[in-house]
Design a protein around this ligand. Structure first.
Ligand SMILES: Cc1cc2nc3c(=O)[nH]c(=O)nc-3n(C[C@H](O)[C@H](O)[C@H](O)COP(=O)(O)OP(=O)(O)OC[C@H]3O[C@@H](n4cnc5c(N)ncnc54)[C@H](O)[C@@H]3O)c2cc1C
Length: 294
């Protein structure tokens, strides 16, 4: 059986290709960026032409799917590739199993009800299409000749119109790979207070993440750093949730961390039911004290 791996990022290409190797004899990687060498047998390189957007790559990916005829498809769950996965699955007469975090003969394990439960699902059709978050497979296990092939762009009948674009703000830290992540929430009421979290990050060697309101409400941190169901799903060794209430849309992105610490001034905050260690206190007092004590 063949597996198709569809990714935007190089680390995801490594991890998902390693995972695909466990499920199939041949691994074909569809790559939209510079693919890492020797992680798949074949690399189908897709360049998005000027004026088009990656969200519209479904027809191109379907053309690869039609020629390769894979039995299993693993997709990196970026916003754009989730849209591509949905359209590919519809084309293949199946449904996407989203955010699969484990695979066995019984099916794929994934989070349910926003992360408060787990379920095991079998593919709905002949082809299995999974989105797989970071950290499920070990990218260092990926192997393959990496024979590259350019794929011709297939323009959709009704393409999205690109009105404007601006460069993505980069945080400089790959939170998907960080051993420790400090995450700031709406308990931070001024942007300057983020320096308290940054100081703790420095002491811990951690990356700085956040809840969604800090990227989409006030734009204090780059969109790529928010954790949760619609953002990053990460599994660091240590996750420190600071001034975060613990709503499921956020916690589903971090509840696979080895150890979760929470700091919140409200002793009844939901986050305290979902952490390993909780500290009731004001971040303005707790963070400087913690940083000094470390
Ligand atoms: C479809 C959908 C998808 C979503 N996806 C995501 C997602 O991917 N990621 C995500 O994060 N959110 C997501 N959300 C939003 C989510 O529902 C919550 O609104 C959000 O996570 C809340 O962020 P918060 O915990 O920082 O803020 P709040 O819920 O406002 O909590 C702030 C917390 O800070 C505490 N606090 C206040 N001041 C202090 C202080 N001085 N010291 C200590 N503690 C303090 C408060 O007690 C409170 O518990 C989504 C929502 C929807 C509808």
């Amino acid at each position: 059986m063949k597996a198709l791996v569809i990714t935007e990022g190089t680390e995801a290409a490594r991890e998902l290709s390693a995972g695909a190797r466990l499920m199939a004899d041949e691994v074909v990687l569809v790559s939209f960026s510079d693919a890492p060498g020797n992680v798949a047998d074949k690399v189908a390189k897709v360049s998005v032409p000027e004026g088009f957007v990656l969200d519209d790559a479904a027809d191109t990916v379907i053309s690869v799917f039609a020629s390769e005829r894979p039995g299993v498809v693993l997709v990196e769950p970026t916003r754009r590739l989730k849209a591509v996965a949905g359209r590919l699955a519809a084309h293949a007469g199946t449904a996407v199993v989203t955010d699969a975090t484990g695979f066995s003969d019984e099916g794929a394990k994934s989070l349910y009800f926003g992360g408060v439960a787990e379920r095991v699902q079998k593919p709905a059709g002949d082809v299995a299409v999974y989105t797989v978050p970071a950290g499920v497979f070990d990218g260092s296990d990926a192997t393959g000749a990496g024979v590259e092939e350019e794929v011709a762009w297939v323009a959709p009948a009704n393409p999205l119109k690109l009105v404007s674009s601006r460069p993505l703000q980069r945080s400089g830290v790959d939170l998907g790979k960080a051993d420790a992540v400090v995450a700031a929430g709406r308990g931070f009421t001024e942007e300057s207070q983020l320096d308290l979290a940054r100081a703790l990050c420095e002491k811990l060697g951690a990356g700085l993440g956040c809840s969604r309101p800090l990227t989409e409400g006030v734009d204090w941190l780059p969109t790529e750093t928010y954790i949760g169901v619609s953002g990053l799903m990460i599994s660091p060794k240590v996750y420190v949730a600071c001034g975060i209430s613990g709503q499921m849309q956020h916690m589903v992105g971090c509840n696979r961390s080895n150890t979760v610490f929470a700091i919140n001034k409200d002793k009844n905050a939901a986050v305290f039911k979902q952490c390993d260690y909780g500290l009731v206190g004001d971040i303005k007092e707790v963070l400087p004290a913690l940083t000094a004590a470390l």
